[in-house]
Design a binder for this molecule. Structure first.
Ligand code: SF4
Ligand code: SF4
Length: 346
């Protein structure tokens, strides 16, 4: 598929055109904290050097709270009223590979035994314009989970900086190709994709071997490491809420006057004590060590077994956001070290 050259002015013009034709145009916010829908092309932030936003872009596919349907009492029965369909097309600019790759990863669970059309419709209606990443700090580890700063996974179009003011824009998906042909006034100049020099983008060293981490998790459900990690963890779930791949939710009925209400899908997290509490009062994960073990095991063992994907993109957000400085990268390095020691002891 073609690769185009886009200047910053081209991108601003594109954003303006999209805003004016009814697209929700989404960009990292200027303060770097989140992704936001912008109403002016001047608010478009495309910068490969930026740290990943504090919060991921997942809320544009999987909102914090979402109405599934409304209900209204009608004598002894209830009438169900569909939630208003939101079919607004959206486009996301400036998303790094550790964000874009999360969408195909979590799509597997949202299309497992039940197809979540709320999630799927938003994915269908979205063009993701990925951006090569030139930022790496001590919390990043994308290369340890099979990704890299130039991974195109999850992108419809993928941009690589050429100069301070220009980008190469590769067409990745059929959806991206259709988008480009619908905006052919912007996408005019092509470049040979193979001629792009990506050597300027530093590829961080791997910090751990995810296969070795999984092999250790397979055999160490009751290891004392979990006690130590559980003692430090507050169970606040900040790590889950900032994470691009955490996808747990609860479904609740929110009533008004016992006559009407809505059924809502709300973010939830396995780090909360009541997450697994049964109606009987029994809680199989009644202590924080069990809950932290679940967080790591779900991402590096169970999801891998079920969907052949690691449920982590190495973005480092959970480490940057943890109030007690729990560092998932260091934990995974420690587990890898334990795995190596157990191999050499056998
Ligand atoms: S953010 Fe830190 S303290 Fe809070 S649940 Fe996650 S690991 Fe525990
Ligand atoms: S677990 Fe942490 S490092 Fe991995 S994707 Fe989630 S926030 Fe990023």
């Amino acid at each position: 598929m073609n690769t185009y050259v886009l200047s910053k002015d081209h991108l601003k013009n594109l954003a303006l055109e999209l805003i004016n034709t009814g697209y929700k145009v989404i960009s990292p916010s200027k303060d770097g904290r989140r992704f936001v829908a912008i109403s002016s092309a001047d608010d478009l932030v495309i910068n490969s050097n930026l740290k990943p936003s504090s919060v991921s872009m997942k809320e544009f596919f999987f909102p914090k709270t979402e109405t599934l349907f409304f209900y209204k009492r009608n004598k002894d029965e209830y009438d169900l009223i569909d939630a208003a369909e939101v079919n607004q097309p959206q486009i996301i600019f400036g998303a790094k590979p550790c964000d874009t790759s999360a969408i195909p990863i979590v799509s597997k669970v949202f299309n497992w035994d039940y197809k979540d059309e709320f999630f799927n419709k938003k994915v269908e209606n979205t063009i993701i314009v990925g951006l090569a990443c030139k930022f790496a700090d001590e919390n990043c580890f994308c290369t340890s989970v099979g990704l890299s700063p130039v991974s195109e996974k999850g992108s419809d179009l993928f941009m690589i900086p050429l100069t301070e003011n220009t980008y190469a824009c590769k067409v990745i998906s059929e959806k991206g190709k259709k988008f480009v042909s619908n905006h052919s006034k912007i996408f005019t100049e092509t470049i040979d994709g193979k001629s792009i020099n990506i050597n300027e983008i530093k590829i961080p060293e791997k910090r751990f071997e995810s296969k070795e981490v999984k092999a250790w998790l397979d055999k160490n459900f009751n290891h004392k490491l979990w006690d130590k990690l559980g003692e430090n963890c507050l169970g606040c779930a900040q790590c889950a809420f900032v994470c691009p791949t955490c996808h747990c939710f609860d479904i609740v009925d929110e009533e008004c006057n016992h006559t009407c209400g809505r059924r809502a899908k709300n973010w939830d997290a396995c780090q909360f004590e009541i997450f697994t509490k049964h109606a009987s009062g029994h809680n199989p994960r009644n202590e924080q060590d069990k809950r932290y073990r679940q967080r790591i095991s779900h991402k590096f063992k169970y999801y891998t077994e079920k969907f052949d994907e690691i449920l982590c993109t190495g973005c480092g957000r959970c480490t940057r956001g943890c109030p007690v400085l729990t560092d998932i990268g260091i934990i995974l390095e420690d587990i890898n070290q334990l795995a190596k020691e157990s191999i050499s002891n056998n």
